[in-house]
Design a protein around this ligand. Structure first.
Ligand code: SF4
Length: 368
């Protein structure tokens, strides 16, 4: 299979051109056509200067040189309120991932996948229930953003304003590909999404959190907690056995200290399990001293999980306890549920032979 031009950061593209005897300066025109014009066909471009035209014409196609990531749209579903749109996209090897556009007044947010399936096995999550299939390449992550941009443009809407890596997969389990993809997506000569409008979500992959801090990655960090004790957390997020809460909270404190950034903590509210006032007080105590914003997410239904969505009253009480403890707190509106595009509902068709690394009772993944 040819390599994908969409896998290359700008500097990697310059290096690849140079390796083919083309001056790196030509990367600008190639980059513009890929990420400003969002071209899907690069051959026979009269506006490319000859060396670049040769690189493209000879390299693209079935010759084993370069290709593009253009996932095929298997389905395109709109929620009944018209505000959420979910795409099932087929990648070059036949694997499928889901990508969601969430519309808000005057702005849109894309939620993209970083893996086919997921190894973390969160019990309430449809992706976790399907198991891990494989990591996505940078180009496969970038292609989801391009697909959303084109869909918005074709509908006469402004482009994306925000990007959240909260689709299928654990982004920090696929660290290098995710960071390359974000470098491409935020590159000012191309898609130019503001880094401060990008959120990387994790269930608490401690080495990835520390690495983001060390490397000065300019994106928002969102940590999904869901429980305030190790035992309760392990029942919801099996992978958390590998990174107990004391390690995770220490990593969050270090992240805050090094970067000076606020951390967004995600909390899926499950009736009677983690939405009680006592748990809210535990959570407030756990996060004491951290510059934290807490996002409360009412549980969305999935086939493989029997937990229930709690009452609005329980959610509001939970929220007010956290606010009284000094934490900014948001209760997220449920949306896209009728097309299974809500948090924790993304799942692609499973192909025979896919492996489950960590199920609800499985061992946490070890490949970090
Ligand atoms: S919630 Fe996120 S990390 Fe957990 S199984 Fe689902 S996709 Fe993976």
């Amino acid at each position: 299979m040819p390599r994908s031009l969409h896998d290359l950061t700008f500097s990697a593209m310059e290096r690849e051109l140079a390796a083919s005897g083309v001056k790196p300066i030509h990367a600008r025109a190639l980059w513009r056509s890929l990420y400003r014009e969002m071209e899907t066909e690069l051959t026979q471009r009269a506006d490319f200067l000859m060396p670049l035209r040769q690189f493209v014409d000879e390299g693209l196609g079935d010759s084993g040189g370069w290709g593009l990531d253009q996932p095929e749209v298997v389905s395109d579903l709109k929620s009944s309120d018209g505000q959420t749109r979910k795409f099932l996209l087929r990648l070059r090897d036949g694997e499928t991932v889901e990508t969601v556009i969430m519309g808000y007044p005057g702005r849109s947010t894309a939620c993209v996948s970083t893996q086919a399936g997921c190894a973390m096995g969160c019990t309430f999550c449809a992706t976790g229930q399907m198991g891990f299939v494989r990591h996505l390449r940078p180009g496969e992550i970038v292609a989801q953003v391009l697909h959303c941009e084109r869909a918005l443009r074709d509908g006469g809407e402004p482009g994306l304003r925000n990007l959240v890596l909260m689709g299928m997969g654990e982004p920090l389990h696929n660290y290098d590909a995710v960071m390359d993809a974000l470098e491409i997506i935020t590159e000012r000569r191309g898609i130019n999404l503001a880094p401060s409008h990008v959120s990387v979500s994790t269930v608490g992959v401690v080495p990835g959190i520390l690495r983001m801090a060390r490397e000065g990655r300019p994106y928002n960090l969102a940590v999904s907690l869901h429980a305030a004790t190790d035992a309760e957390r392990a029942a919801i997020v099996p992978a958390s056995r590998r990174w107990p809460l004391d390690e995770l909270i220490a990593a969050c404190r270090a992240y805050g200290k090094i970067t000076g950034r606020r951390i967004f903590f995600g909390w899926t509210l499950i009736a009677g399990t983690n939405d009680t006032p006592a748990v809210a007080h535990q959570l407030a105590a756990l996060l004491t001293g951290i510059d934290a914003h807490i996002n409360l997410i009412p549980l969305n239904p999935t086939e493989g999980y029997c937990g229930q969505t709690g009452s609005e009253r329980a959610a509001q009480t939970f929220k007010s306890i956290l606010q009284a403890a000094g934490f900014p707190c948001t209760l997220r509106q449920r949306r896209g549920i009728d097309v299974a595009a809500g948090c924790g509902q993304l799942r692609a068709a499973k192909k025979p032979g896919n492996r489950d690394f960590a199920g609800p009772n499985g061992a946490p993944p070890t490949n970090f």
